[in-house]
Design a protein around this ligand. Sequence first.
Ligand code: P6P
Length: 346
Amino acid sequence: MMHITTLEQHFLAEHRRLGARGNFTSLLTAIGVAAKVITREVRRAGLNAILGTADSQNTHGETQQKLDLLANDLLCRTVIPTGHLCAVASEEMEGLLPIPDDVPRGPYTLAFDPLDGSSNIDYNVSVGTIFSIHRRITPEGPGTEADLLQRGATQVAAGYVVYGSSTMFVYSTGAGVFGFTLDPTIGEFVLSHPNIRTPPRARMYSTNEANRDRWSPGIRDFVDELRSPIRNGGACTSRYVGSLVADFHRNLLAGGIFLYPGDSKNPNGKLRLLYEAAPLAFLVEQAGGRASTGCERILDIQPTHLHQRVPLILGCADDVAEAEQFIRRAETPAAARGPRAPSLSR
Ligand code: P6P
């Protein structure tokens, strides 16, 4: 008999499993509620005249989309009343958002990208929400940046919502990755992808090849390797939506590697550590994959500021490890290089 497990039922089961490690069921449930409302707004954006840009820019100088601001507001209005948070950070807000005095403070922090890829929204391309939850490290009082600036390895939960052909909520609390599909006829997220595992080898790669001339030799050599017809398992195919959550989700399920490396113009790449790289790195490692800057494990990086960018290579473990080999080899003086290690791809 096919069981029907809703998101909330799964959160409660996870809470029982986690035991004393924490009760953030209502926080995750609140994110699920915001995801349902954002789904409604995304699905009707073309009709509600809320496509297009707001007359504002975010802290990164990026033009804000009306839906960016709406998603940010929705998330803040659903998660803050739960009383589980001491501070919130968002791609759309320059500083941390303290919890108002009239709302109970809790032991967790939340960082999120409310609507990643939103520049695509006007063209009906999939977009997503990404979130990361840490336990606070300061003893009491208003949350501080220190409570947010923690290594990704200490996340207690992370996840994303992909607003695609259907809306999916994918999350982990450190014991596997679980995917839920929104059933609009009942307004519930229902477990559809229990215990997601990503394959060890990629069938596809995702990167913006318009940046190729600015890449390091190691990255260029590695991408050429992925396309090699004699690569073990055949050449990878290229799939790049330009919407991180959409690219990540497809690669997670089908087997792929995503690369947004640093380059000669942007040495730290484009993607943000706190609410993009770290939560997705947590998920991909939970699914058996790997996430790195090319030189360092994403989850080991100690953040220094809320909107810090990092180079990001994540996906199938063997391929990310091979990318790191190519980068190390390219950075080793030719005279010091030993014989080329047998490539994983041959
Ligand atoms: P580029 C969207 O703007 C985003 O932040 C991610 O969702 C996406 O992976 C990346 O930027 C795309 O950047 O430079 O290839 O357009």
